[in-house]
Design a protein around this ligand. Structure first.
Ligand SMILES: NC(=O)C1=CN([C@@H]2O[C@H](COP(=O)(O)OP(=O)(O)OC[C@H]3O[C@@H](n4cnc5c(N)ncnc54)[C@H](OP(=O)(O)O)[C@@H]3O)[C@@H](O)[C@H]2O)C=CC1
Ligand SMILES: O=C(O)C1=N[C@H](C(=O)O)C[C@H](O)C1
Length: 234
C-alpha cells in the first residue's frame, strides 16, 4: 500500500518502521496544515496526529477519496461528523482508541468482567491509566473506552476524572516519564480486590495493530471498528 501518515511524531515514526517491514511504502508525512500537501500519490492514510486537527485531516482525506485509519485520541465528540463525511464521500474509516491486539483482548475481558461484577454491590469499580508526560489528553482514549464498556454492561451511568459521584466510575490519570501506556480496571471491596491490567512495553503493538487495520480496510468502503478487523484474524 502507498501510505500517507497524518502525524509524524512518536507513533507516526513507529508506524513507518512497521509498515516498511511489511512491504508498504510511505509516500507522505503530514506534519502541518493538510491543505499544503498533495494527497494524490497516497492510497490510504494512517492518522496519529493531535486532537485539534484530527477531524479536519480525516475529513480532508475522505474528500480526496482516501480511506483513513485513525488512532488520534481527544477529538471523539466529533466522531459522528467524521462518520457522516466518510459515508457522503463513499470512503472507508476505522477509528480505535487503542489499536494494540493485546488491548483489544483486554477490552473483551473488561466487558465480561463488568457483566460478572454487576449486582455485587460490595465492590466499587475504578480505572487507572498511566502515560508519558507529553500526552495532551486526559483521561486516555482507552480509559474512556473501558469506562464506556462498563457503563454499557452495568448500572453505572457515567465516568469522571478523579472525583466521581456515587453512580459514576472514577478514572485516575497519571503522567510518568517514558510510560507507553498502562491501564488497570479494579473492583475493590472491604475484604479484597479484583484487577485486570494491560501494560504496553513499547509503541510497537499500537503501530502493528494500526497497520493491520489499514491492510484490512484497503479497498473497502464504510465505517468499521477493530472488532471487525480482529474477527477476520482469529
Ligand atoms: N489508538 C492508539 O492505539 C494510540 C493512539 N495514540 C494517540 O495518537 C496521537 C499521537 O500520539 P503520538 O505520536 O504519541 O504524539 P506526538 O505528539 O509524538 O505526535 C503527533 C504529531 O502530530 C503532529 N501535528 C501537528 N499538527 C499537525 C497537523 N496539522 N497535521 C498532522 N500532524 C500534525 C505533531 O507535530 P508537532 O510536534 O510539530 O506539533 C506531532 O509530530 C495521540 O492522540 C495519542 O493519544 C497514541 C498511541 C496509540
Ligand atoms: O498518547 C498515547 O501515548 C496513547 N494514547 C492512547 C490513548 O489515549 O488511549 C493509546 C495508548 O494508551 C497510548
Amino acid at each position: 500500500m502507498k501510505i500517507a501518515l497524518s502525524g509524524y511524531g512518536k507513533m507516526g515514526k513507529t508506524i513507518e518502521k512497521i509498515a516498511l517491514g511489511r512491504g508498504h511504502e510511505i509516500v507522505l508525512k503530514i506534519s502541518e496544515n493538510i491543505e499544503e500537501y498533495n494527497l494524490s500519490e497516497a492510497e490510504i492514510v494512517i492518522d496519529f496526529s493531535i486532537p485539534t486537527v484530527a477531524l479536519k485531516n480525516i475529513t480532508t482525506c475522505f474528500q480526496n477519496k482516501l480511506p483513513v485509519v485513525s488512532g488520534t485520541t481527544g477529538w471523539l465528540k466529533d466522531y459522528e461528523k467524521a462518520v457522516q463525511v466518510c459515508n457522503e464521500e463513499n470512503s472507508g474509516f476505522i477509528y480505535a482508541s487503542n489499536f494494540s491486539i493485546g488491548v483489544n483482548l483486554f477490552f473483551e475481558l473488561n466487558e465480561k468482567l463488568a457483566k460478572m461484577m454487576d449486582g455485587f454491590k460490595d465492590y466499587s469499580v475504578e480505572i487507572e491509566e498511566i502515560h508519558h508526560t507529553q500526552k495532551l489528553d486526559a483521561p486516555s482514549g482507552t480509559a474512556i473506552s473501558l469506562a464506556q464498556q462498563i457503563i454499557n454492561n452495568s448500572s453505572k451511568d457515567g465516568w469522571e476524572l478523579d472525583k466521581a459521584k456515587e453512580n459514576e466510575i472514577p478514572i485516575y490519570a497519571k503522567r510518568i516519564e517514558n510510560v507507553p501506556g498502562t491501564h488497570r480496571v479494579s473492583y475493590n471491596s472491604e475484604v479484597d480486590s479484583i484487577e485486570i491490567k494491560h501494560t504496553a512495553h513499547s509503541r510497537e503493538g499500537f503501530a502493528l495493530g494500526a497497520v493491520i487495520a489499514a491492510e484490512w480496510l484497503f479497498n473497502k468502503k464504510g465505517v468499521y471498528t477493530m472488532k471487525d478487523v480482529l474477527s477476520g484474524l482469529s
